[in-house]
Ligand binder design. Structure first.
Ligand SMILES: Nc1ncnc2c1ncn2[C@@H]1O[C@H](COP(=O)(O)OP(=O)(O)OP(=O)(O)O)[C@@H](O)[C@H]1O
Length: 282
């Protein structure tokens, strides 16, 4: 399922205070991509995930998920979307699971709403096998390792084979072995079901395994990574956010010229008397 946003703004209002958590996010994620969402604490990652899940409405801008535009969807349409097409995996496996059910029972329970609006959900056995839980499918959750608990949460998130899976730090509480297992199974689900996956992570090792990362900074897209290479991204209205290390050198108010040389753009700050010394390759 394709995901895109245009000029996405979210302002939290509480007791006279206003916090702009997102201040103009433009994103395009193609159907079937697996993308990491990075960024410092408080940059707006969880807020973005919640808006993509249709949990609340943006203050301004548009959110497109498949054929749906969420900012103008009715509450009923948003309920139907969450019941079958979009799944949000919360941080901490147990927050996604009913504690006294086995993984199979959890998946069956999670399919309840989808069975009402859509008949063709897969069997719980198929879903649990799809994430490779094997023998643990019928065990009480208390007997599962942290890695397999996270796989059970993944199975619940995939209960209706959604077109979009949003995962908030799915590997943050795991050791390296369990983390790699969960990532491998998420990649499997992405390939086998064609599910678009957007996952939030703070872990550079996780980011390094992903074909694409998007970094959120100060409520905007601050940059993108492709197979380990970092890029700044030109926004639809022609703005270009400076990477953090360049920001330290080009202070607010600095005048910059774009100079084309040998097919490359050079950024020439106005203050540099010798252009060759102050050059920043764009
Ligand atoms: N319910 C809320 N009411 C008011 N402000 C909020 C609320 N939720 C988040 N914020 C603020 O919005 C901004 C973005 O928060 P958000 O949780 O989306 O960031 P984040 O990148 O997910 O952070 P973290 O990595 O710590 O989870 C922060 O300044 C945060 O303090």
């Amino acid at each position: 399922m394709r995901v895109s946003t245009r000029g996405l703004v979210l302002i939290y209002r509480s007791e006279g205070h206003e916090v702009a958590a997102l201040s103009g996010v433009d994103l395009d994620i193609e159907a079937g991509e697996m993308v990491g969402l990075l960024g410092p604490s408080g940059s707006g990652k969880s807020t973005l995930l919640s808006l993509l899940a249709g949990l609340f409405r943006p203050s301004a801008g548009k959110v497109f998920v498949g054929p749906h535009e969420l900012s103008s969807a009715t509450p009923r349409e948003l309920d139907a979307l969450r019941a079958r097409e979009v799944s949000l995996m919360l941080q901490g496996a147990v927050r996604n699971l009913l504690p006294y059910f086995t993984p199979i029972e959890n998946v069956r329970f999670a399919q309840g709403a989808a069975r009402v609006v859509r008949g063709d959900v897969p069997s719980p056995e198929e879903v649990v096998a799809g994430v490779g839980l094997g023998d643990d499918a019928h065990r009480p959750l208390a007997e599962l390792s942290p890695g397999h608990l996270q796989l059970a949460a993944l199975a619940v998130s995939m209960a209706t084979t959604p077109g979009l899976l949003l995962a908030d730090e799915p590997t943050s509480q795991l050791d390296h072995e369990a983390r790699d297992l969960v990532l491998e199974r998420m990649a499997l689900v992405n390939r086998e079901f064609g599910t678009t996956i957007v996952l939030v992570t703070h872990d550079p090792d996780v980011a390094a395994t992903l074909p694409r990362t998007i970094t959120i900074r100060d409520g905007r897209v601050g940059g993108e990574g492709r197979s380990g290479e970092e890029y700044a991204v030109v926004t639809p209205d022609g703005f270009l956010p400076l990477p953090g290390h360049v920001r330290e050198n080009l202070l607010p108010g600095t005048l910059v010229r774009f100079h084309l040389e040998d097919g490359n753009y050079l950024l020439l700050p106005e203050s540099s008397e010798q252009p060759s010394e102050g050059r920043h390759r764009a």
